[in-house]
Design a protein around this ligand. Structure first.
Ligand SMILES: [Zn+2]
Length: 184
């Protein structure tokens, strides 16, 4: 990890203006408390960051990862979920009490999260349960990792032949610690 010294100098900016070589791609949540560059203490040009509520994977997110991996050369993709994610909570609420007044656009996010966490909800009692929320956050990250690994011919080829690695992680709002998942 590089420190922040000189990362906004004119020399550094001039170098970056010509090209970018981020070493990692982060697909994270838009939550204001989880800015990837600050969480990982990185500077300009270090991370290629895609942020969307609930760190979901839709075609435009896959396209962004493909761009950064194929053209900018990054070989590490981190799907970064976080504790108390509002998008997960909204999906759990929707599953518990379906409503019709949700906008079509917001619903499109919930619908992407729903398949990952529906099985967990079936085996639990109440959606306000902390354990349930934690499991749902992790299941959603795992689903996004799987979707990126298997939902793109470009990424699949880079994984098989060119060292691309896609992993899941969770940022804890309370402690500031990022935990990387094994075996996902
Ligand atoms: Zn979130």
């Amino acid at each position: 990890m590089r420190n922040g010294g000189g990362r906004t100098s004119h020399t550094h900016l001039n170098g970056l203006a010509a090209t970018q070589e981020p070493f990692a791609i982060i697909l994270g949540c838009s939550d204001s408390r989880v800015p990837a560059e600050i969480v990982f203490d990185q500077g300009l040009g270090d991370l290629f960051v895609i942020r969307v509520a609930g760190n979901i994977v839709a075609p435009s997110q896959i396209g962004s990862v493909e761009f950064a991996a194929a053209r900018a050369g990054a070989r590490l993709v981190v799907v970064l979920g976080h504790s108390r994610c509002g998008a997960i909570l909204a999906t759990l609420e929707e599953l518990a009490r379906p409503s019709n007044d949700q906008s079509r656009n917001l619903r499109s996010i919930v619908e992407r999260i729903r398949p990952a966490i529906q099985p967990i909800l079936m085996s639990q009692i109440t959606p306000t349960d902390d354990v349930l929320i934690r499991r749902a956050v992790r299941a959603n990250v795992t689903a996004s990792v799987s979707h990126l690994r298997h939902g793109s011919d470009v990424l699949e080829r880079l994984i098989q032949t060119d060292g691309l690695v896609i992993v899941g992680a969770e940022y804890c709002l309370e402690t500031g610690v990022v935990e990387f998942f094994d075996g996902v």
